[in-house]
Design a protein around this ligand. Sequence first.
Ligand code: AMP
Length: 210
Amino acid sequence: MGPPGSGKGTQARLLVERTGAYQLATGDLFRHHLGAGTSLGTLAKSYMDTGAYVPDDVTVRMVREKLGELPAGQRVVFDGFPRTVPQADALDGLLAERGRSLAAVIVIEVPRDELLGRLGARATCASCQAVYSLTVRPPRVAGVCDRCGGPVSGTARADESPDIVRKRLAVYGEQTKPVVDHYERRGLVKRVSGVGEIEDITRRLEAAVA
Ligand code: AMP
């Protein structure tokens, strides 16, 4: 977990590369549906473009479907889910149905000013969804993804205009901070500073869950 711009997608990707877990990123799934032109994609876009969350029932249905496609026993890194307390409750049910449980909840913390700087210059690979920041971590070759060679565009997301960025941070504070508190009470939360070099953050994260 972490606010928009905290680097949770990047760190989740590195974590799955090292552990063989599956990265279940609800934001990426919504963008995938959008690219594929499904009705779910069209519905999600109407919320995403304003910085709001997609309704819980829609989000949970999509996560349930995705979990159903994974082999039994597959370890999963949830990225950007759950984002509301009802989603956290639904996740408990989905895991219980499968005889599984949460190992840890990693919360990546970044000061608000840094988030605002990062989000304004965010860029995404159209092919593999790798995330860059044009100011903090640009691709090695401008416009070309380091990982897959796909096109990296700085204007790939409609939800990164300054007003929308502020709205997304506010929504995180209102709806997702309570989820962190919810997991804190269950003793699952590991807090990691998301400031500094990507590799250093990965090391902190791995130490936190070791
Ligand atoms: P992300 O790529 O994780 O920053 O997500 C981008 C956008 O997708 C969010 O601002 C929401 O509009 C939507 N979204 C992603 N995950 C969720 C979720 N778990 N619940 C509701 N909306 C979500």
